[in-house]
Design a protein around this ligand. Sequence first.
Ligand SMILES: [Zn+2]
Ligand SMILES: [Zn+2]
Length: 354
Amino acid sequence: MSIPKTQFGYGYDKRYKTIQKFDDIPIPSVGANELLLKVEAAGLCLSDPHTLIGGPIELKPPLKTSDKFIMGHEIAGSVCKLGSELSKQQDSKFKIGSRFALQINFCCGDCEMCRKGLDGACTTTSQCYGLNEDGGFQQYLLVKNLRTLLPIPDNVSFEDAAVCTDSVLTPFHAIQKVKHKIQPTSKILVQGCGGLGLNAIQILKNYNCHLVATDLKPDIKSTALKYGANEFYNDLSKSNHEPQSFDIIFDFVGIQPTVDISNKYLKKRGTLSMIGLGKFKLVMPNYLFALREIEVFYNFGGNSIEQIECMKWISKGLIKPDVTIVDFKKLPQALEDLVNDKVRGRVVFRPNKL
Ligand SMILES: [Zn+2]
Ligand SMILES: [Zn+2]
């Protein structure tokens, strides 16, 4: 396999609020226990514009957040070069051509959270591909932390595996936390049918509950119903659903109006699962939630064992992420479309198919 000497990519530069194109980036040399991943698919996420405007996730000292890095945190690829030590190992899972999806956050494997299997909440390291370290919006990515490489089942595409790392994993993780509360008679509301909300509907469909979905965009109705929602509304107050009639509400928006809707429609001892990060701060109705003993869960990303499980669900056909492949060179335009709410499902680039 011939690997070029330089490549181009898109990323963060502290001086600007828009994504920058970086040309003639040298392909990194591979250390003894490292490998080079050919990026086969990289997904675009709303966290990308958030990073450009709000800045990257701060690295824990002594590491210093770089002023410039390649973005893209939903990454899948194939191994194209092994470090000298890795290439000596006969029975290694790391072979040229092996297919992997990356766990976004680097984890140590040794802290209390990692040892509990909650490695998405590792307390030792704060490094994340594409969010404060080089990510997937380039052709070749140096992988130093081999723990982040999760094997892709043979019948799962690179595109599906890439979006699995975040837009499937995040709702999957949130649902795993409350799944013991879901029964066939449960009435569940999904607020927000963007990439994550639509994947949540597909996952929840497998729990055989009654699913109601809402979104302000009328054109998303047919997709939400196709993916398994039993009902769809732009405005729940125009439906027949009574206040305080839902068992669980998933909020994929995270703005004050969606919190207020959850307050209106959750029944006594109901469950609110917050995923959307629309607003930095929200007013939770303290007294009203207390009276009804509402249980509130907050979520961020997920764990590697859940990511592996998500890929199995895709492999078995239980979920099929909604992926749109866009020309890598049109990345800045796709980012603008995402910000302007013109994107449906998940945009994925293939940086090596130009
Ligand atoms: Zn993301
Ligand atoms: Zn850890």
